[in-house]
Design a protein around this ligand. Structure first.
Ligand code: ZN
Length: 173
């Protein structure tokens, strides 16, 4: 297995739209294994979407595990939200947007229903609430080329861009 590079904002590849998975072949199994490997090799990582990673083709895959023991892996392939209900506003961070420095509050649905396929292509439907719902919405956004900061007011986005520039300058010195 391989630990993949996690792309950092403002890398343009974070804007890519994921490609639906049709053949659940060896290649896709390897991508999923590498994504989990990368997830577990990254401190404080709750989930990763393929569009965040240095992959030639960003397949429509997200790997999630925010359990303390890191023993509750969930892989959503071709995930789609089919129902949203309620509202929650909570802080989010992202492995691709300087998680040590940047956290912002984002409004999300409180409860969602999601259709997805597992890594073998079997169809599933789940209902997710609160943190789990927030996490899935964040990841499915990624697969649509959207970062959590894209939901913020333009003034806040500008502030974040300035902060990122400062971080990059400091990293160079
Ligand atoms: Zn993220």
């Amino acid at each position: 297995m391989t630990v993949l590079k996690i792309l950092q904002y403002p890398d343009k590849r974070l804007k890519r739209i994921a490609v639906p998975v049709e053949n659940f072949d060896q290649n896709i199994q390897k991508v999923i294994d590498d994504m989990f490997e990368t997830h577990y090799a990254t401190a404080h990582c709750a989930a990763l979407a393929s569009t965040q990673l240095d992959l030639e083709i960003p397949w429509h895959i997200t790997v999630i595990d925010y359990s303390q023991e890191k023993n509750a892996p969930l892989c959503l392939v071709n995930g789609k939200i089919i129902h949203r209900e309620g509202e929650q506003i909570d802080y989010e961070g992202c492995m691709s947007v300087y998680p040590d420095h940047i956290h912002e509050k984002v409004k999300r649905a409180k409860t969602i229903k999601v259709q997805y396929q597992d890594r073998l292509g079997n169809p599933h439907e789940i209902e997710a609430h609160d943190l789990f719902a927030k996490c899935i919405q964040h990841e499915l956004d990624h697969l649509n080329g959207t970062l959590y900061i894209d939901h913020l007011h333009p003034i806040k986005i500008e502030r974040i861009q300035r902060k990122v520039k400062k971080i990059l300058r400091q990293a160079k010195n």
